[in-house]
Design a protein around this ligand. Structure first.
Ligand code: F6P
Length: 366
């Protein structure tokens, strides 16, 4: 056991997701109660580390937050220590500085012996220069997208999939009443996990995911064939990253100051427009968007987040350095912190849920 740790910092980086507070609570309570370690909360992700915005977290600060959505520390999916946006120049071009030294100064100022960084692959990449400068960082993987390499699951995903499932369930009754096609676009970046899980759980008729590019003719033919059935309507669970076989993903906007500037979105509307135009079936679109990131974590995510937070502290106390907590085959484990950096865990096209879908006549558009 390592006795050298007296004070740690904790930050949440990247987009928020349900369960962040549960991890913060598990980390801070374990640190304070079990190891008598002081905890400093760093506000708004790496921006807080760069700008030295911190606050001490005591036991009471992290009590009563387990079930709360969002993050009490705030987060930021733009601040990258190696490329920190500080404003625009006279030509309107963004100015970036290397702010790694500013991060190190904050670590030094607060005498932090380690950092717990809770975030996605972008957050783990942002931690890399700090690790190289000698700061011990332990990562905890979060994202509703479930696309982090090295872990079978990230906290936040199950809650988001559950929210999407309940939304798709609701679309079923209105689709059936009006004999419409309902396209429901869900987040997930380049991975189709959310659409696949929610589509499977809600019995969607069509599931479109980035990993299986679709042929719109096949989707239209499938919807048309369902119109002749007794309950003539169709529900389409469409990942924001889904793309046609002969086309590209739809980019909604670019956030140049972000480590990953691409923001996807809009494919649901394009699919709906195409279906209505080609089949003349009345078609509507619902975009769930950030609704999937909000709200309290469901039981599975509270449990997973608590385990992850506890395990992060255990790794630290075992003297491990620069590791990321993971769940592999239902066992808590750890991998190199930057193992997941610049990689994506996508849905294998022969994944069992794709097989299940095909078996029950779900159309994947291929
Ligand atoms: O990675 C989480 C996520 O919610 C993605 O599913 C989505 O593509 C992206 O973040 C949205 O980012 P922003 O909050 O910047 O719009």
């Amino acid at each position: 056991m390592s006795k050298s740790i007296q004070r740690i910092g904790v930050l949440t980086g990247g987009g928020d997701c349900p369960g962040l507070n549960a991890v913060i609570r598990a980390v801070a309570k374990t640190a304070i109660h079990q190891h008598e370690i002081e905890v400093i909360g760093i506000q708004d992700g790496f921006e807080g580390l760069i700008e030295n915005r911190t606050r001490p977290l005591d036991f009471a600060d992290v009590s009563g937050i387990l079930a709360r959505g969002g993050t009490i520390l705030g987060t930021n999916n733009k601040a990258n220590p190696e490329k920190y946006y500080t404003g625009d120049d006279e030509q309107g071009e963004p100015i970036f500085i290397n702010a790694v030294d500013k991060c190190l100064a904050t670590v030094e100022a607060h005498k932090l012996d380690a950092l717990i960084v809770i975030g996605g692959d972008g957050t783990m990449s942002c931690a890399k220069p700090l690790v190289e400068a000698g700061v011990n960082c332990i990562g905890v993987p979060k994202t509703i997208d479930n696309d982090i390499v090295g872990t079978d699951i990230t906290f936040g995903f199950t809650t988001a999939a559950n929210t999407a499932t309940l939304s798709l369930d609701r679309l079923h009754s209105t689709a059936a009443s009006h004999h419409r096609v309902m396209v429901c676009e869900v987040m997930g970046r380049n991975a189709g996990w959310l659409a696949l899980h929610a589509g499977t759980a809600s019995g969607a008729d069509v599931i479109l995911i980035p990993e299986i590019p679709f042929d719109i003719d096949k989707v239209c033919a499938f919807c048309e064939s369902r119109m002749t059935e007794r309950r003539g309507f169709s529900i389409i669970a469409c990942a924001e990253g889904a793309k046609p076989q002969d086309g590209e993903q739809v980019v909604k906007r670019r956030v140049e100051s972000s480590p990953d500037p691409i923001r996807l979105g809009g494919i649901g509307q394009l699919v709906a427009d195409d279906i209505q135009k080609r089949t003349k079936i009345e078609t509507r679109t619902t975009v769930l968007g950030h609704v999937l990131r909000g709200g309290p974590p469901i039981t599975a995510d509270r449990v997973l987040a608590s385990q992850f937070g506890y395990h992060a502290m255990r790794l630290l106390m075992q003297g491990k350095k620069s590791r990321m907590v993971v769940m592999q085959k239902n066992d808590l484990s750890d991998v190199e912190l930057t193992y997941a950096a610049n990689k994506q865990r996508l849905v294998p096209t022969d994944h069992v849920l794709v097989e299940v879908g095909r078996a029950v006549k779900t159309c994947f558009g291929d």
